[in-house]
Design a protein around this ligand. Structure first.
Ligand code: ADP
Ligand code: MG
Length: 451
């Protein structure tokens, strides 16, 4: 069984065990425990030492097999194997939480043909007074594709759930109609970059095919079209063609159409031709409900008290709320005990870091010093082996911490095109899931950049 899938199953097993035995006991005996192979009905589990091995074999084996069978029906036997060389690391940072910290990265992968990520669903979208109209419209769209609400235009500030809702519409369409409906999600940045590339490579027909032979087009963040004439023109024609064929179109933006600067009037009026709905910041109860869902999805097991503190302190942006939840879970997993004031300190620490906009110069300088490679060499098109990895890490961190766009990063790195940049980013993103050393290295770099 593939490793990610095994880990995913393991988390489900742990969640299930949590219903059967006290949390404290579960934590004591399963904290440094992780499966690494499932083959021929035998599940191999790494344990940190002999004590744990004996306990699991003698006290939990039957319960564990029974519970695990629900997720791994072929399971016959569990082998507990002491992993000596790993245990040191696992002791320091409990793998129990470490998996959880990365869980949101590990399990869900974007489907390349639809560009949809299965983690965004209607079921895990919390409905509050801030988004109930948008949610109802989203459901309306799924039930009457292309017929009633077309286009649907959703707008609102950053981190308020636009992308989640848009992606969830796509996933719901696939759930409901299967492969009979062709869905494509794209950010406007992707749309624009694709267009530029296809013009450069002279395959504009392919581009048009990609965006016109579909039943549901979902275009995220259309405010990004501001001032981009060629993209606006192309989208205008794409829109007309799809619309005339009664295909469903969905847009999002950080503001209503009439407030997007430098946009052609004819496109603006297309945006305004269907239903326009806003999403506003959530109230306290909604924030708390969102935290509870995320806490469960990511198996952080943080207490309600901590979640309540978070919901009180972070009010404007759900992405920030979630980021802070990740941060706290990660930091607390390294501590043995903590109290309310520690948690409050962590929240403040996170908020302070987040306020600062990191400059690309700083990121470049830190990577250059850390790997002892000249800044120029990182940027130039040199293919020396020792430069390649640090450059990929640079790209990853520019995106991840600096939040720079792929095209900006491409320009910065000597006019590399955005697919190269995207490739590097995804390569590192994948690698840190399997390579603990690299994962730690990047955590260290992040700390350096943010301090
Ligand atoms: P936007 O696109 O508006 O900037 P996102 O959709 O990326 O925001 O949301 C940021 C994060 O907050 C995502 O992880 C998303 O899952 C989460 N989120 C936002 N709104 C909700 C909600 N109503 N229920 C559950 N999660 C939400
Ligand atoms: Mg978004």
């Amino acid at each position: 069984m593939e490793n990610n899938l095994l880990k995913e199953n393991w988390l489900r097993i742990l969640e299930n065990l949590e219903k059967q035995i006290p949390k404290a006991i579960l934590k004591t005996w399963f904290t440094n425990v992780e499966p690494f192979q499932f083959f021929n009905g035998v599940l191999k589990i790494a344990v940190p030492n002999k004590l744990v091995k004996n306990w699991l074999e003698n006290k939990f084996n039957i319960l564990l097999i029974k519970t695990a069978k629900e997720f791994l029906p072929d399971l016959k036997k569990i082998d507990y194997i002491i992993e000596v060389n790993k245990s040191q690391f696992y002791y320091k940072k409990s793998i129990f939480k470490k998996i959880s910290y990365q869980q949101h990265l590990t399990i869900f992968e974007t489907n390349p043909s639809t560009n949809l990520n299965p983690r965004y669903r209607f079921e895990n979208f919390v409905i509050g007074s801030n988004n109930e109209l948008a949610f109802a419209a989203a459901q309306g769209v799924v039930n009457n594709l292309g017929e009633k609400i077309n286009p649907l235009f959703i707008y609102g500030g950053v981190g308020l759930g636009k992308t989640h809702l848009l992606q969830a519409i796509g996933n719901e369409v696939i759930k409901k109609y299967g492969l009979s409906k062709k869905v494509r999600y794209a950010t406007t940045e992707q749309f624009t970059n694709d267009l530029i590339n296809s013009l450069k490579n002279q395959n504009i027909d392919e581009f048009r095919q990609k965006f016109r032979e579909i039943d549901v087009l979902i275009l995220d963040d259309v405010h990004f079209l501001s001032g981009k004439n060629k993209s606006q023109e192309e989208l205008f024609h794409t829109f007309n063609e799809l619309y005339n064929l009664k295909k469903q179109i969905i847009f999002s933006s950080d503001r209503p159409p009439r407030l997007i600067p430098d946009i052609e009037e004819r496109l603006q009026s297309r945006f305004e031709g269907g239903l326009i709905i806003d999403i506003t910041p959530p109230d306290y109860e909604t924030r708390l409900a969102i935290l509870k869902i995320k806490n469960q999805e990511k198996s952080y097991f943080l207490s309600d008290q901590i979640l309540e503190l978070l919901a009180q302190k972070i009010t404007k942006n759900i992405r920030e709320l979630e980021g802070c939840l990740n941060y706290i879970a990660f930091k607390l997993s390294r501590l043995n005990n903590y109290d309310e004031s520690k948690v409050l300190n962590l929240i403040n620490e996170y908020l302070k870091q987040n306020l600062r906009r990191v400059s690309y110069k700083k990121i470049l300088k830190i990577i250059s010093e850390f790997y002892n490679i000249k800044e120029d060499d990182l940027i130039k098109k040199i293919r020396k082996k020792e430069v390649i990895k640090p450059r990929q890490i640079l790209i990853y961190l520019l995106r991840e911490v600096g939040k720079f766009s792929y095209s900006f990063i491409g320009d910065l790195l000597n006019k590399r095109d955005h697919t190269t940049i995207l490739y590097s980013y995804e390569k590192i993103e994948k690698e840190i899931k399997n390579n603990l050393d690299l994962y730690q290295e990047i955590e260290i770099l992040k700390e350096k950049i943010l301090n």
